[in-house]
Design a binder for this molecule. Sequence first.
Ligand SMILES: NC(=O)c1ccc[n+]([C@@H]2O[C@H](COP(=O)([O-])OP(=O)(O)OC[C@H]3O[C@@H](n4cnc5c(N)ncnc54)[C@H](OP(=O)(O)O)[C@@H]3O)[C@@H](O)[C@H]2O)c1
Length: 340
Amino acid sequence: MGYRVVVAGATGNVGREMLNILAERQFPVDEVAALASRKSLGTEVSFGDKTLKTQDLDTFDFTGWDMALFAVGSDATKTYAPKAAAAGCVVIDNSSLYRYEPDIPLIVPEVNPDAIDAYSNRNIIANPNCSTAQMVVALKPLHDRARIKRVVVSTYQSVSGAGKEGIDELWDQTKGMYVPGQEVAPSKFQKQIAFNVIPHIDVFMEDGTTKEEWKMVAETKKIVDPSIKVTATCVRVPVFVGHSEAINIEFEDFLDEDEARDILREAPGIMVVDKRESGGYVTPVECVGEYATYISRIRQDSTIENGLNLWCVSDNLRKGAALNAVQIAELLGNRVLKKG
Ligand SMILES: NC(=O)c1ccc[n+]([C@@H]2O[C@H](COP(=O)([O-])OP(=O)(O)OC[C@H]3O[C@@H](n4cnc5c(N)ncnc54)[C@H](OP(=O)(O)O)[C@@H]3O)[C@@H](O)[C@H]2O)c1
């Protein structure tokens, strides 16, 4: 007997990847329901070699469903996740709505799988922000060895992190640059994204940081260790899929770059590609459709006592969202629900 699984937001970037990954990983399902807004009623989405017709989230009855993977944004999550949870269906949510609530577990399975035990507080589990997910996979094994004091991270985040509209805007604006009269003004993004970079993701906070930067700080503390200090600069770049991060780490203890490379090679969810030659590192286009978080450019930072620099790249729709959610579903299945 397998699980009855709901994917809410099945017509979106993350929801479609959730369906792909459930099929690829042969998650033990008896039935899958694909949900979206009423305007998408009947839209066909792929689940392995099957086609599912999208149903309306607003009228869906969650009774008798085991888990619901949500990728519908915070507003719709606020309305529908509590309904699913109250019906006994465990919600694994991709929005930021519940991430910072103390009684809701925020999980990256390679890092803090034991947090799953708290799922029953509210029948809701939160999935982290895409930039945090890939970073903490890299930080955790290094923290276990040499205790991280402080992280300075700069991100290079793809437009798919802003949903379907983000992808369309980069595509249309890029084409429009070459066709007189078809220029596309910024709408989803604050400034032109084609052939440009924008140091602004999500809203501004009172202290001048952005909410995206704040999320990386708060989520790293909740998932890895509250003692780790993080300072971030989050930047949108004209890449369709794949987030990159330049990460500087200061440790309590000395950690040699060769030992760090060996630790990361052995760590779950990580692939090290680190040749000190032209092309001996990973770029975002190479990680699209992959499960791993790729680490390159591992090197000592000689400007501080115990420092390392590295380059971290992953598919934001996969490890940053859909893959992590499916891994949480697997964890919930293996440790708690035990069907399949
Ligand atoms: N993209 C990433 O890298 C990433 C990473 C981590 C977390 N997330 C989070 O995942 C969520 C989805 O992101 P996305 O990139 O997949 O967005 P998206 O491509 O814009 O898709 C949004 C999905 O949500 C559905 N939806 C929106 N409002 C709804 C409502 N009121 N009722 C029912 N369905 C509704 C849409 O259905 P229709 O097609 O019918 O409108 C669509 O299926 C967001 O919370 C986002 O913050 C995204």
